[in-house]
Design a protein around this ligand. Sequence first.
Ligand code: SAM
Length: 241
Amino acid sequence: MRVDIISIFPEYFSPLDLSLIGKARATGLLDLAVHDLRTWTHDVHRTVDDTPYGGGPGMVMRPEPWGEALDAILPAGPPARLVVPTPAGQPLRQALAHELAAESHLVFGCGRYEGIDQRVLDDAATRARVTEVSLGDYVLFGGEVAVLVILEAVTRLLPGVLGNADSLAEESHAHGLLEGPVYTKPPVWRDRGVPEILRSGDHGRIARWRRDEALLRTARRRPDMLATLSPMSWTNGTSRR
Ligand code: SAM
């Protein structure tokens, strides 16, 4: 997958050299470039913002540098997908992460201040699919952290990135449930034991226990998820549930 990120703070993305994303880049599964929006400014102060039309507090990102940046980065060929984080976007969910992971080229545009002049998105929509994505119902300083989150959610779905792809089938939100509690060695820690069933070696009972724990946890913590769950998820689930 090819990924381009446009931001006025390219330094925000240095963690993308680390861990599994760093490895995905090193092995060529992810071809990622970060671009400084100020590259496409032409004044001595490298200005990217101005006061809002209609008045009001804060500044708005000017359209000219964004237009030039997207002209340079959005390919002329098959349409790329432009992803713009904004609190007014569609909520980031696992289904959207899967959708984005199926793309061959993602371009991320990081807003700052009060956001990007609307004409930039309207213009980009004539030559790319534009998706505005929200991390949740709160407001961040800028889109950089949102892009890091979206990229983590997307990259781990790319074939070959996770050491054991089974993890994807067995985790929270894969089947509309939260994953239940997990345990490792030692069998007793601070007088707290691991549930006996997990040490029984009976894979059928372990799978049923895990499914029950997943249902219980989801019911307690996210009853809203149970309301939309398909009956198949209650019965079949995965090999672990
Ligand atoms: N004036 C905007 C509004 O009220 O919708 C908020 C602008 S915010 C201070 C600056 C930038 O942070 C946004 O353009 C967006 O890129 C990013 N951002 C803030 N909150 C976000 C969220 N919940 N999800 C995704 N991006 C967000």
